[in-house]
Design a protein around this ligand. Sequence first.
Ligand SMILES: N[C@@H](CCC(=O)N[C@@H](CS)C(=O)NCC(=O)O)C(=O)O
Length: 221
Amino acid sequence: MLHIYGTLLSSPTNKVRYVANYLEIPYEFHSMNLAASEQHKPEFLKINPLGKVPAINDHGFTLAESNAIIRYLANKQQSPLYPQDLQQRALVDQWLDYASMHIMMALSKIAFNTYFYKMINTPIDERSLQDGHKFIASYLPHLESQLTSTPFIAGKTITLADIALLAALDTAEVCHVDLSSFSHLTAWRKKLMGEKFYRDCHESFTTVFKKIVAQREAKTS
Ligand SMILES: N[C@@H](CCC(=O)N[C@@H](CS)C(=O)NCC(=O)O)C(=O)O
């Protein structure tokens, strides 16, 4: 059995859950309480010595880093989500990096300064918050432009890059980033959010996020 360690509020964790669902790999999900530092406890460090989620244990093989995990799972299933063709695969890698290094990074700056820093009593960094908004505004048009010319982000068919991007964009609403002026991006996202691999996790990330954050705020007030 595949074991996935993570938290429902983590976009990298949800990326791994979406891919495992898409590939129809049965798994057990282990919810980690990051606020209680469970990721630094010795039993978890045996799975991921880097002390971060997501991580997996696949029949004794342990692995961290969400992009490495989803590549591993797709390779294991020999899935077209990660194409064999050299150039197709390189394009998927390009968008995987773009989704992590730019989209997820920009939205993380906003999410941390709007929600997470408060939970761990860390001061808000206004500059980082502004950077997050500035960066995401400059990156979104590139996604729209690509999705105007191809139905999926790396070409004609769905790949790991679409699922990674979908997970990266999950926090858009809670970060008050309006995607509605990007019609191709919005239609692409709506279609993928309606698919079983997403619905098997949640109806919408926003609803789960708001519920968990409200519960945590109620506990600390
Ligand atoms: N590049 C990593 C990011 C992992 C990461 O930053 N995970 C966060 C949760 S989203 C975490 O474990 N934070 C807890 C900590 O750093 O102590 C990936 O894609 O898996």
